[in-house]
Design a protein around this ligand. Sequence first.
Ligand SMILES: Cc1ncc(COP(=O)(O)O)c(C=O)c1O
Length: 400
Amino acid sequence: MDEKPEIYLDNGATTKVDVRVVEAMIPYFLKYYGNASSLHHKGAEARNALNDARQVIADRINADNDEIVFTSGGSESDNLAIRGTSHALKDKGNHIITTTIEHPAVLETYKQLGKEGFEVTVLNVDNDGMLDLDKLRSAIKDNTVLVSIMHANNEVGVVQDLEKIGEICAEKNIVFHSDCVQSLCKVPINVKQMNLSLAAFASHKLHGPKGVGALFVKRGTKLYRQIYGGSHELGLRAGTENIPGIVGFATAVSLWTDDDVERITSLRDKLMTGLLEINDTELNGSRESRLCNNVNISFNFIEGEGILLHLDKNGICASTGSACSSQSLDPSHVLLAINIPHSKAHGAIRFTLSRETKEEEVDYVLKVMPNIVNELRGLSPIKNNEDLAEAEKMKFDDHH
Ligand SMILES: Cc1ncc(COP(=O)(O)O)c(C=O)c1O
């Protein structure tokens, strides 16, 4: 390997587009560039591609072709699902439920609905990041119309049991939405078995292009459109369809195999085990119910930003939290929600692997990481738990 390799382990933020995906997209820019709504043959070419792509996504999640709505990505799909059902079901009730560890695409949408008069319940999860099903059961009231619980968490990789959650929602006849942006192709999704009414997906997390996603909408689900205009996408999402993007998304989905997931899982385990051999490190999020490509570890007594800069100097891209919140120095809301203390949340690093991750890249990270940690700990005034307790006591005394 070169002096400074390029090792991309921030695939939870976004992925490199697979070259086969790019090749599949090119004809839809240059040859089959028609508008899928046009009546001539170029329109038909685009329409056929759109229909085939819809079928690929539908087959992957055991849905039907007319239950897939293409969107601009995960955020739009979450907004359409949550705002669309809440407003459509307002006459039935105005109570909506979610969890503390959702992506901002869900949490901020709930916050806005709170301002619009909806009653919002945000459920805590346990220290592993798992939702307590009894807690969900007892939060549901007569006026509850929507439960939105993510499948796999983008920061700590925790995977929720959607089948059990779906059972509860079905029992109570409540619409169940799940943000499946991180899980599609990495964790099996069967919308029927999981009793899902709505599920959000994004192409760019699985080696597809950015700016394209989908929402599964179970037939018969009452949903108000959020973008007004033409009658595209079952009348639920106006706008000329992004055919090259949609073809790219479907190609990316069709390329994923169980073997990919197995290989990524074994690399994840190697990275996780190796990093946890460094002193004073802790895994964040459940070890058992975890996304195949997520390693999130707190390196105690040092700051994540410092680690990130040193990793970057060595050619390694990782992250301290979700890309959306990494501009802020506040600890991640997900780590705080799973009761990681501020001091440890600040030292958390997320490595997210992909289908392109190689074993030698994992070995390289395992080689450089102990040196980075030693160097930063050498500079830190806090070197152990006693120092940390003393520093926290001083901070407390200063405030009182
Ligand atoms: C869990 C989750 N939901 C939603 C989103 C938003 O998706 P997009 O960037 O396609 O809008 C992301 C992306 O970071 C995510 O990880």
